[in-house]
Design a protein around this ligand. Structure first.
Ligand code: NIG
Ligand code: FE
Length: 411
């Protein structure tokens, strides 16, 4: 299998060296080649350059990309794409004035999704979730992290992990599984939360590790969910089984979860709608990347992550969808890139860096994904006719994606 794309108006995110993260003011630079070609063999990027230096290459498929832009497919480092049904009734409740917290306290929210997922067969859960993943791929996403967290029993969390594993086997996109059993406290553990934490640390983590079906460990560190101390205990248990943390922190309250994440060598700390200077200091000189989720802020009408403060402090930033039924029921990375520009005041260059190479970093796969680099995976977006890549975030809610190449296959 070989594909040659010629006459590309702009080939974006071309990184000669194997860059694995882009940090601080470097995020303002998006390296590109104007009037370019790229050649792919099997699943790998082999060659690219300016059309001026192009020497005829034979290929099974040749695509003329005149007036089109080619870029690495989106890397969505934070999703909850495996879930059952939807929460449209809570959406209406919120329009009518109830808050996310009030809905959760009335037995809605994550517990509502968990009840539905527990009652849904594994086959049905797979069908619903696979359909969503295919929709994400069609919108230009080529690598997706998927969390558990709507099971909340050993049995249902393992069911979620098996569904994620099957998605991984049946689709071309890169799928990264994260164990988020500490997403909410099941009703039966309301008065003895420590027993639920024991279930996670003594049963679920060892079992998931034995089956080798989770790569990262996540905790919802938040008032009413898991405290900083409980988060630390769960992360320590994960560490014993080689599960690196990627955690939910500072969505509604600042509890100190950011520094706990950094101390536990978290790959990413995600949400950060609330943020203070100690959090920023904790992230400096660490390998932990902050991740902003503007779709969640949009949908819940909560503050947006202060991206400028993070980037201007010299930190890296990734952006992701948080695709889930409660706080962000959209997995469209094109919208996230636009929202990052409009609401987080990121430049188009910063937003595209955040959604490609830095998104890949936040999944631990940026050595193979997230940039146009010889030897990396051939995961590409070919846009519709555009005058400039700035139109991708500018024309918000339009679909810039015309064709997709995932793992070297034209879809
Ligand atoms: O990332 N904050 C916790 N978890 C999800 C929302 C889960 C839900 O409401 O179902 C989030 O926003
Ligand atoms: Fe989330």
């Amino acid at each position: 299998m070989s594909i040659l794309i010629t006459n590309i108006k702009q080939l974006l995110q071309v990184r000669k060296n194997n860059t694995t993260i882009v940090v601080g003011k470097d995020m303002k630079t998006l390296p590109l080649i104007e009037n370019a070609y790229i050649y792919i063999e099997n699943d790998t990027i082999i060659e690219y350059g300016s059309m001026e230096d192009y020497d005829v290459i034979e290929a099974e498929t040749i695509i003329d990309a005149t007036d089109k832009i080619v870029l690495p497919s989106w890397c969505d480092s934070h999703t909850h794409t495996v879930y059952a049904g939807d929460r449209t009734s809570e959406f209406v409740d919120r329009i009518n004035g109830l808050s996310y917290a009030e809905i959760a306290n009335n037995g809605g929210g994550i517990l509502n999704s968990a009840k539905l997922l527990q009652e849904t067969s594994e086959e049905e859960l797979f069908e619903q979730s696979m359909k969503r993943v295919n929709e994400l791929i069609a919108m230009g996403t080529g690598a997706i992290e998927i969390k558990t967290g709507y099971g909340l029993t050993v049995e249902a969390e393992l069911k979620m992990l098996r569904v994620i594993k099957r998605i991984k086997q049946e689709c071309l996109a890169k799928i990264i599984p994260t164990l988020l059993a500490a997403h909410a406290i099941p009703d039966q553990y309301r008065s003895n939360k420590s027993d639920y934490i024991k279930l996670i640390t003594e049963q679920l983590i060892p079992e998931a590790s034995k089956l080798n079906i989770a790569q990262y460990i996540d905790v919802f560190c938040e008032d009413g969910y898991f405290s900083v101390e409980e988060t630390a205990a769960i992360l320590n248990a994960g560490k014993t089984y080689n599960l690196q943390p990627k955690i939910h922190v500072n969505q509604f309250n600042i509890l100190g979860g950011v520094s706990i994440g950094v101390e536990h060598n978290a790959l990413s700390v995600d949400h950060l709608e609330e943020l203070n200077s100690e959090d920023i200091d904790a992230l400096k000189n660490s390998d932990t990347i902050p991740v902003a989720l503007p779709g969640c802020s949009y949908f819940l009408s909560i503050p947006y992550t202060p991206a400028r403060a993070l980037i201007d402090a010299g930190l890296p930033l990734a952006i992701a969808t948080d695709y889930n039924p409660g706080s962000a029921p959209s997995g469209n990375m094109n919208f996230i890139v636009s929202a990052a520009c409009v609401k987080l005041k990121m430049t188009p260059e910063e937003a595209i860096n955040a959604a490609t190479i830095n998104g890949a970093y936040a999944m631990g796969i940026s050595n193979m994904y997230g940039s146009i680099t010889r030897g990396k995976k051939a995961n590409l977006i070919i846009t519709r006719s555009l005058k400039h890549y700035r139109e991708i975030p500018y024309a918000f809610a339009h679909n810039p994606v015309e064709q997709i190449i995932i793992n070297g296959q034209l879809l």
